[in-house]
Design a protein around this ligand. Sequence first.
Ligand code: SF4
Ligand code: SF4
Length: 82
Amino acid sequence: ALMITDECINCDVCEPECPNEAISLGPEIYQIAPERCTECVGHFDEPQCVQVCPVACIPVDPKRVESRETLWAKYRRLVAEA
Ligand code: SF4
Ligand code: SF4
């Protein structure tokens, strides 16, 4: 899963781009719900939030590094829940 760092300027452009509705406004800055972030696997070739973020503050969460296989499994789980 990706994460949003405290460099976020709350511009709100990433939130509507997320195909998994993983992004929301937190107490101070935007945040990503890791259980919903597939790094855009299943939807797009590149993480859409990273593509649009003007300050490049969305890295892979070092505490939540996931294989493509794991991300695909998460995608399938989200689709099944929908
Ligand atoms: Fe959403 Fe994709 Fe960004 Fe994850 S990488 S938060 S799924 S837009
Ligand atoms: Fe924050 Fe980047 Fe999202 Fe804008 S696009 S709200 S700066 S994470």
